[in-house]
Design a protein around this ligand. Structure first.
Ligand code: F6R
Length: 614
């Protein structure tokens, strides 16, 4: 949440910063602002609303030529999304400007102190307090780096701060605690950002920062320290995707592009996992075979869509490894005093690698000495860095706020982990594992087939634009698919939608069904025997109460035909892989619904990607 950019070098800072903010706007779009240092003056401009409003203001403002600047795109926490609360915030003399992501928890106490010292604050934000403190330190003789270290020692909570000062025109200084920040390493220029997407068109070499670190960039140098000024090291990494991956490439929305990219994302996530002898290898698995053999319980922690991937994974993990597996919302996990010890494996699933709820749950698990394995799509992010092991999904940058390709690759990553555990623990024979990996390798082709047949689904969305309530039913691994279908519709089209385990329907939710209520049903493959038949009974029950049924079932499933107002035929795949094909039409349906309603598909209201507050 909130996107931050800092630049110092030889290019026009304003352009670099604005281009960077454009790539980070998915992190928040309540307001945007920039600050530039030029000829002993600080120039700032900020506007409520999307970046386009800032663009318009800048067009009238005649900003100075400058090679040092910072920028911010906001997801509001403290203070309404107004011009006044937009970042950057400046010190009392207007000599220091600061942008911030996170929440400064002791801001009220600091504010009271400042007010007692005669400060009249201009905004309702927690950030302005830090800007005032920072400028006061500089005024007292500290350089910007020392001032930042000093201020950070006074702050509590989660923060990334990035600042410039007219007294230090060739440097940008940043700090991080529990919020994302990466450094982009250029030649004669350096960058700071919440996410590598902001500087990917300039450099793919980056530096990961640790917890409680301050970084100072000048055109030719990057220096890292802790909050006490002791020198520290960042961890260099190379970004394995390029600028093209972060562009819309002719699509109207990133989400449309990301839905289409799913076959490649799955194939890339599977790439190189089997050795020539057919053994599964997970290079990033830093846990020893002995540690993996000792595991007696798995707990998956995740939020939102990633939680749904975890729900699918439970079926595969328990089936292939016979290890009991629980799935828990990260935000609930540590508050129930979970029973975990050194033989518990906690799998933290997070596309962004920065979700605060998951990070806090992970830390709790590690304190209890559990082994933590992260599944993430973001190199250089906090959750993989703080985990004992990591498996990266290779989905490429996911920029649309609503998650699509990350979801499918998270499921694939979970399947790989389950199979790897089965290999190490001997609960599956080697040839069985090779066969299942072979089936996974067929999934990109199956998803391509689904993508080619989406027009009727889109047509359905266009016809259902007025729907006020849509229900989704599933059983077994189809249940998380139903939850995901409902989540997509809520967040994109702002329609009330609910996903249910079909068997639960008769215990209450069936009362929602009225004449014409649309009900999507994810039907288990026929091979699932009684489960398939039970699902047909559920379909009959909702139809008897007037529901309009949209049935997702595998090709050749003639038994469901009489009960389908609309049929979406899915390629035949093994049951545990059905979510990988069944979710895709639901993504396309919600996306089309949002477009029909004229909504911004990539930036739904009230949301932001990478939720870095608890
Ligand atoms: C929904 C969506 C969110 C995220 C959730 C977790 O489309 O994108 O529900 O899945 O905020 O995010 P990560 O995976 O980054 O931890």
């Amino acid at each position: 949440m909130c996107g931050i950019v800092g630049y110092v070098g030889r290019q026009t800072a304003l352009k670099v910063v604005i281009d960077g903010l454009r790539r980070l706007e998915y992190r928040g779009y309540d307001s945007a602002g920039v600050a530039l240092v030029s000829d002993g003056e600080l120039f700032t401009e900020r506007r409520a609303g999307k970046l386009a409003n800032l663009d318009a203001a800048l067009a009238d403002a005649e900003p100075p030529q400058s090679m040092t600047g910072i920028g911010h795109t906001r997801w509001a926490t403290h203070g309404a999304p107004t011009d006044r609360n937009a970042h950057p915030h400046v010190g009392r003399q207007g000599r220091v400007a600061l942008v911030h992501n996170g929440i400064i928890e002791n801001f009220a106490a600091l504010r009271t102190k400042l007010e007692a010292a005669g400060h009249e604050l201009d905004s309702d934000t927690d950030t302005e307090v830090a800007a005032r403190l920072l400028e006061a330190e500089v005024a007292a003789g500290a350089d910007l780096t020392e001032a930042m270290q000093d201020v950070c020692r006074q702050l509590e909570g989660a923060f990334t701060l990035v600042a410039v000062s007219v007294d230090d025109p060739d440097r940008v200084v940043a700090a991080r605690r529990n919020s994302p920040l990466v450094v982009g390493l250029g030649r004669g220029e350096n960058f700071l950002a919440s996410d590598v997407a902001a500087f990917i068109e300039h450099t793919r070499d980056a530096l990961e920062l640790g917890q409680d670190q301050v970084v100072t960039i000048t055109p030719d140098k990057v220096a890292v320290s802790d909050f006490h000024g002791n020198p520290a090291e960042g961890k260099p990494f190379h970004v394995d995707w390029d600028i093209a991956a972060a562009e819309k490439s002719g699509y109207d929305y990133f989400m449309l592009k990301e839905i289409e990219e799913q076959p490649k994302a799955i194939a890339d996530t599977l790439l190189g996992r089997l050795t020539e002898t057919g053994r599964l290898q997970l290079d990033e698995m830093r846990l020893s075979d002995d540690e993996l053999r000792a595991i007696d319980k798995i707990i998956i922690i995740a939020c939102g869509t990633a939680f749904h991937a975890g729900l699918v994974a439970k079926y595969a993990i328990e089936h292939w490894t016979r290890i009991p597996c629980e799935v828990e919302l990260s935000s609930e996990f540590r508050y129930r005093d979970p029973i975990i010890d050194r033989d518990t494996m906690v799998i933290a699933i997070s596309q962004s690698g920065e979700t605060m709820d998951t990070l806090m749950a992970l830390r709790h698990a590690r304190q209890q000495r559990a082994k933590v394995l992260a599944i993430s799509n973001s190199n250089g992010s906090t959750i993989p860095r703080e985990s004992d092991a990591v498996l990266y999904t290779h989905a490429g940058p996911e920029i649309a706020v609503a998650s699509t390709k990350a979801f499918l690759t998270q499921i694939v990553a979970c399947h790989l982990i389950a199979l790897y555990l089965a290999q190490v623990r001997g609960t599956k024979y080697g040839d069985e594992i090779t066969e299942i990996v072979g089936q996974l390798e067929q999934i990109p082709a199956a998803v391509t087939e689904v993508l080619a047949a989406l027009e009727p689904v889109r047509e359905l969305a266009r016809e259902m634009g007025e729907a006020r309530l849509v229900l989704f039913l599933g059983r077994h691994v189809g249940y998380p698919v139903a939850l995901e279908g409902a989540l997509k519709l809520k967040e994109l089209a702002y329609i009330h939608a609910e996903g249910f385990a079909a068997g639960e329907l008769k215990h209450g939710p069936i009362a929602l069904i009225d004449q014409g209520t649309p009900v999507f049903v994810v039907v288990p493959p026929k091979g699932r025997g009684s489960l398939h038949d039970k699902m047909i009974s559920s379909i009959q029950e909702v139809r008897a109460r007037g529901a309009r049924t949209i049935i997702l079932a595998e090709q050749g499933d003639d038994k469901v035909l009489p009960y389908a107002d609309q049929l979406i035929a899915l390629p035949k795949v093994p049951t545990l892989m059905q979510p990988l094909v069944a979710t895709v039409p639901l993504q396309a349906f919600s996306c089309e619904m949002a477009m029909v309603k004229g909504l911004d598909v990539d930036q739904p209201r009230n949301l932001a990607k990478s939720v870095t507050v608890e």
